[in-house]
Ligand binder design. Sequence first.
Ligand code: MOS
Length: 750
Amino acid sequence: MNPAVKAAIGKPVERVDGRLKVTGSARYAAEFKVANLAHGVLVMSTIANGTIRSIDRKAALSAPGVLEVLTHLNAPRVRFPERPQTVDDYVAPVFGRSLPVLQDNTIYFNSQPIAVVVAETLEQAEHAATLVRVVYDERKPATSLEAEMARAFPPQEGLMKEPPTGRPADVARGDLQALSKAEVTIDETYTIPIETHNPMELLSTIAQWTDNKLTVHDKTQWVPNTQGYLATVFGIPETDVHVISPFVGGAFGSSLRPWAHPVVAAMAARAVRRPVKLVVARNQMFTSHGHRPYTVQRVGLGAGRDGRLTAIVHEGTAQTSLYEENTEALVNVSRMLYASPNCITKYRLVRGNIQTPLYMRGPGESSGVFALDSALDELAYKLKIDPLEMRIRNHAGRDLDNNLPFSSKSLLECYRRGAEKFGWSRRTLEPRSMRDGRYLIGMGVATTTYPMYRMPAAARARVLSDGTAVVQSSASDMGPGTWTTMKIIGAEALAMDLSRVRSELGDSILPKASVHGGSGTTASVGSAIHEACLAVQVKLLALATKDSRSPLNGSTAEQVTAENGRFFLKNDPSRGETYADILRRNNMDSIEASVESMPGDENKKFSMHAFGAHFLELRVDAELGSVRVTRVVTGVGAGRIMNEKTAISQITGGVVGGIGMALMEETVMDHRMGRIVNASLGEYHVPVNADIPVLEAFFVEEHDEHVNPLGAKGIGEVSYVGVAAAVANAVFHATGRRIRQLPITLDKLL
Ligand code: MOS
């Protein structure tokens, strides 16, 4: 059953947590059994801009079971960090000042948390929450990006000036007049609405104080960051905060930062001197955990008659809150995805009475590639060049943004094999030229890319005298299979059978992990586990080679290799001994090594990205305008794939999300009240099984020695980026209608 040691990586392995999850025994944050638990329910503002004049707790306090009602008037004063809370010098989720929840009477956005009711039961707290009476001094809200466009500004706040790639957003290279000089041009505007993450698991915290020490069961994608954040907010040492988060029920970016609820839960627990559970309700999830920001993008492309790009102009504007500057790599992709010698990118923010947005699947790139790859498609039709051929002609052999070679790139192979599997050659060029009865058939292609982010991360490996081993890091697992991947990486590095190695994750008592985001967990935490395993092996081998009782006594490391938990001489495999033998002889129960694993200077020598292509077929009902995706083939080159089984599932999962972005997802704001009108899964649509056909995905094998010790680039977001463009391009092919405003709903096609 278990794959042989040397082949641990790359073979299909079942999720180690699969059984726990399908039997309901995997514990999520709100499911931990804690004695004497009280329940908190948030009260949200009903205006989007203004101040609280008065807030009356009396009726709520006298309702049955109510223990306490905290508002800005009686909540403890806490200290929100001014600067990003980073465990290291990692700069990706760059957070400014948090919402100062329950600290003053300012209302920044509609459905802002303004009080918490704590009661014996959830139902009692929910009831009492309706009894809190608030009088506001209301001002007119500003929630429309378009209406505020004149006040757009370049990001200012420190790290925020440089989105996650570490490269500034405003860049110009080559001939700045190239667009106006081009033989053929496209210049269009693309709009993406607010989208809400909507993971299955609601944001939840159980907070508990013991003396002045805080324990939280919290849904988080970044355990050490939540730990550090709560320590700062409550002014206690980091070591006095214990964060437990073994499983995360989907997140898509929504738990990259601690929101108000863990702070409020901890405030409440302190006030009632009991553990408090606070679950953010589904409708509150729309207003309390970020969202993909509303963006407007202008893309101008110029090319010669041969289809080769001579100019790219990409200007993006995104919405942010009044109190923070959320930035993402919206336009950066236009500088490197296709080979244009001349390129201008510009990025602006517009403030509004909204909560701060937050990264959502392929943040920046998903939105940016929708605009860029739609525009490239438009240009291809204008030139009467096959859209796939157009992309091949503009393939970038090197990163023209930073003028570095790619560490590896298999995009051309993704195009070639994807087209073959998909049957692209059967496609006819003209829009509206493929039909099946009442259905217009469309085939579209789009490119995807996402940077390889390796972040500092720590891990520990321990080999035990019973012949097993454990690898540890505080990383979260929101569903991609990190528990399984880390075990596989451990088994390979330790040269042990997979069944003998287990992983331990999701707890702040474990070594500090990097954020579970930016598609960087395998590259970062995986590299740390790999290095910790090699380090513990070195220690173990030294115990043998320096010991006269060992058959390996006097051998050098170069002469020895390992398999199945046993060291032996390369030239005489009969001479050797197991790790367990070594430990037992030394009267040791276990031996361990901890490492802090850091990226090197590889990003100065190489541009490191995963690349891929989506080929997508859909049918549009010619009379109703309804769109159904019928086939998708996705090819990805992302370095070494740790576990093909979970990796394929991650790619197709991303495609499902991308189909949602393309066809369904839209958080609708009523600008008169600055209030979201569809804050429920009844009215905010995400794909369900019936919306999704059989999806096919494949990987092009890459051996990339430059990215990190594992050669892995990460696949979480490359799966998602480009899907919306592929859908829009296929819709155009089917109907001849170019939709530049997501989502592509039937009203736009009628
Ligand atoms: Mo991802 S949007 O970095 O969770």
